[in-house]
Design a protein around this ligand. Structure first.
Ligand code: AMP
Length: 116
């Protein structure tokens, strides 16, 4: 059984967060350390530590993460200009919180994709 992170507490509303969307499969909230005018994290309600742990049975939640990303990008007014979706995996990927999350980042030109 994987160890819970602070994100499970956010899903259960046990600690404060700026939650912008929640349903039976996913939760989305503003990143506490935003790197752009819009920076939202979209996570499955189920604890999946890394992308390496994704199972076929998770496909519904993972697909929902994309439709929620589309909706939130529109809500944020950044859909037309564009934005970036990022998922980090493990140490080399720069993952800090071991509950998979999609970063929705936008609101300014982000430049070329960063590696390193
Ligand atoms: P990653 O490096 O991909 O694991 O990203 C983890 C992200 O979670 C970082 O951008 C953090 O700023 C963000 N984060 C950590 N704790 C919180 C929190 N309590 N509420 C909102 N965002 C958080």
């Amino acid at each position: 059984m994987a160890e819970e992170t602070i994100f499970s507490k956010i899903i259960r509303k046990e600690i404060p967060a700026d939650v912008v969307y929640q349903d039976d499969l996913v939760t989305a909230f503003r990143d506490i350390n935003p790197r752009a005018p819009s920076h939202i994290l979209i996570i499955p309600n189920k604890l999946i530590p890394t992308v390496n742990d994704v199972e076929t049975e998770d496909e519904l939640a993972l697909g929902r993460m994309f439709t929620v990303a589309r909706k939130l990008a529109a809500d944020e007014g950044i859909a037309e200009d564009g934005y970036r979706l990022i998922m980090n995996c493990n140490n080399h990927g720069g993952q800090e919180v071991y509950h998979i999350h999609m970063h929705l980042v936008g609101g300014r030109p982000l430049g070329p994709m960063l590696i390193g």
